[in-house]
Design a protein around this ligand. Structure first.
Ligand code: GUN
Length: 278
């Protein structure tokens, strides 16, 4: 079975649209998301454009603030401070990666945790790790929603995550732990990744290496979630060798059309939550 991320993302977007229409009637106010884009890294430009397009589709106001690649860190910090204090702004996202002169930690730490739609601020990271209410990073949240569409109760399942990034692997492990899975994270220094993956009832690939996961790595009947978005000869491919893996997995996300649309839908979901909680 191929997991239709596009379809599930439409469901989330429709629900957001419905809620926003109600809010408009009741409060005469709509959520506003501000995205900061620094430099001209092509994939970032595409992501940000998509975020804006889908935000507008559901009725969320979005503003993109563009800065040159050589902008000073202090100028971005000043802008974030201004946005933190602006009651008409409910979500703030700084598109990563950042140019060398800008310290990612300083930027992320400066965003008001209540407006941190990415869930990257250490307050949100800590709340998630402690099992408290928190803003959850969009991609892992989208992955978890897809997993739960396939299987409601995943207690005791063996989940393996490939990749240990702050954006994906680490928060994904927290979400799976919260659902009572037994969780293994493998990464570039792991001795035998294939042997670990073969034990996975749920496999989440977020390594950033095209076609890394072969059919022989997949346990029969498992759920495979592919977070990778890699371009090879102009074609998008995931971290999983899709044609091989689909023969073994019970359910698998395609690239494109799997996790990608869920990430954006979850960003809007987080923006709406921030709006409601502010
Ligand atoms: N760059 C790639 N993915 C992301 C994301 O989820 N959030 C931000 N802020 N930047 C990214």
């Amino acid at each position: 079975m191929i997991i239709d991320g596009k379809k599930y993302s439409e469901e989330i977007k429709n629900e957001i649209k419905r809620e926003i229409n109600e809010l408009k009637k009741k409060k005469n106010e709509i959520p506003c998301l501000v995205v900061i884009l620094i430099g001209s890294f092509e994939p970032s430009k595409i992501y940000v454009r998509n975020k804006e397009k889908v935000a507008n589709e559901v009725g969320i106001k979005s503003k993109i603030l563009k800065y040159p690649v050589d902008i000073k860190e202090q100028e971005i910090l000043n802008k974030i401070k201004e946005l933190n204090n602006d009651k008409d702004v409910h979500g703030i996202l700084v598109q990563l990666p950042l140019p060398k002169q800008i310290n990612v930690k300083n930027i992320i730490n400066s965003i008001d945790p209540k407006k941190d739609v990415d869930g990257f601020n250490p307050i949100n990271v800590g709340n998630l790790a402690s099992g408290y209410k928190s803003i959850v990073p969009c991609t892992p949240l989208g992955c978890m929603i897809l997993i739960k569409k396939i299987e409601k109760k995943i207690d005791g399942k063996h989940a393996v995550i490939i990749g240990r990034s702050n954006l994906n692997g680490k928060p994904m492990s927290q979400l799976l732990l919260k659902e009572n899975c037994t969780v293994t994270i493998v990464h570039s220094k792991t001795k035998d990744i294939k042997t670990e993956c073969k034990k996975a009832d749920i496999l989440v690939a977020a390594a950033g290496v095209p076609n890394l996961v072969r059919g022989s790595w997949i346990k029969d009947g498992s759920i495979v979630i592919d977070v990778g978005i890699n371009k090879i000869n102009g074609k998008l491919v995931g971290d999983v060798h899709f044609d091989e893996a689909k023969e073994k997995a019970r359910a698998i996300t395609p690239v494109p059309g799997g996790v990608g649309p869920m990430t954006i839908a979850c960003l809007l979901k987080n923006t709406l939550e921030c709006f409601k909680d502010l």
